[in-house]
Design a protein around this ligand. Structure first.
Ligand code: TXA
Ligand code: MG
Length: 340
């Protein structure tokens, strides 16, 4: 299969490109498209055979459920068996946006989407291309991140092509995504909301709207969020996370790995190192966390492409968007240096 990459204006999507995507979705095919978080790999959520293609193309474990994307709030009542008052409060504040809600599902949702769970994950993305595509398709769109399973989520169309070239018919290229980490996943099936995955909507912002949020999923819930069981965001290189970096500590970690003759890449936060050791490949990310989050997955992919053996990555404080960043880095890391 040939994969077409069609440029699309992220603010004012051209009708032609949207129609092309929507026709493919209606025909049961897959379309990759930008959201405000990362690129998604979409299928008509109400067609089981289309949803099954997502699992094949990604190499995704069949029991890992998929988020359903909607463009119309009213659809929530059709897809969820029960919509608690908290859900209306949260969607009022954060939709469209990077907040995914887990709710009891209705019979309208195929088992393929939920991995056989009795719950549904749903969000309304804040991206003109995603919203126009869903509207034109006339159906809710099931979409995981558009990477091969276990790879960092794609934040550009080029990343999607790296992973899925020849496996899907169309990528809508709306440029780099704004947020760079995936949506926040919040479970609303119990009395207290439970944070299953930190993401684009911060924990602090959620708490300001709904009050207490449980952040340590108990074992039962962990089983109900199968995605958290699998290793994620794994570059090919060994990744070493320096949680609380200082220039000296980062230099020490780099030196220790170079001593073993390994090629080292560094993801540096701001310009913390006065002098970068020569002969190592460096990706510099902004000091400020929004910029860091936006560039993180691209930096991991770039160092992998460069063929380094070890990626040393400087962490950020775990507040605000930093909580999502550190969650992804801890999952990616095969070694964690907690520091002093
Ligand atoms: O920002 C995002 O959320 C992106 C864009 C494309 O919308 N999507 C995304 O999808 O990150 P994915 O499949 O890569 O991650 C979805 C996460 C997984 O950890 C999955 O296990 C969890 O959501 N999830 C999906 N349905 C669930 C459910 N019914 N109960 C609990 N967790 C669920
Ligand atoms: Mg993913």
């Amino acid at each position: 299969m040939e994969t077409w990459v069609v440029p699309i204006n992220p603010r004012h999507p051209e009708a032609g490109a949207i129609t092309q995507g929507a026709l493919l979705l209606r025909a049961g095919e897959l379309v990759a498209f930008p959201t405000e978080t990362v690129y998604g790999l979409g299928a008509d959520a109400l067609r089981p055979e289309a949803v099954r293609k997502i699992f094949e193309v990604k190499g995704r474990p069949p029991d890992n459920p998929i988020i359903v994307h909607i463009a119309d709030r009213d659809l929530l009542r059709e897809l969820a068996q029960k919509v608690p008052p908290q859900a209306f409060l949260l969607t009022g504040h954060f939709w469209p946006g990077p907040l995914t809600l887990v709710l009891p599902r209705s019979a309208a949702v195929p088992d393929e989407v939920t991995g056989g769970l009795d719950t549904l994950a749903v969000r309304m993305p804040a991206h003109p291309v995603a919203l126009a595509l869903i509207r034109e398709a006339g159906a809710p769109v099931a979409a995981p991140s558009a990477n091969r399973s276990g790879r960092p989520s794609p934040t550009t169309a080029a990343h999607v092509l790296q992973d899925l070239d020849g496996r899907i018919p169309l990528i809508l290229d709306g440029g780099p995504t704004e947020i760079g980490v995936e949506s926040t996943v919040l479970d609303l099936t119990g009395p207290t909301p439970v944070l299953l995955r930190p993401g684009g909507v911060t924990l602090e912002a959620l708490q300001a709207v709904v009050g207490p949020v449980e952040t340590k999923p108990v074992e039962g819930l962990r089983r109900r969020s199968p995605g958290t069981r699998y290793r994620h965001y794994q570059p090919q290189a060994r990744t070493v996370l320096v949680v609380d970096p200082t220039p000296d500590l980062t230099r020490e970690v780099i030196a220790a790995h170079r001593a073993h003759g390994q090629r080292v890449g560094l993801i540096q936060r701001g310009r913390a190192l006065k002098a970068t050791p020569s002969g190592i490949r460096v990706e510099v990310l902004p000091e400020e966390v929004a910029g860091y989050a936006q560039g993180l997955f691209a930096a991991l992919r770039a160092l992998d492409e460069a063929g380094v053996d070890v990626i040393v990555v400087e962490g950020v404080p775990p507040q605000g968007l930093g909580l999502a960043v550190m969650d992804r880095l801890r999952r990616a890391a095969s070694e964690i240096v907690e520091g002093t």
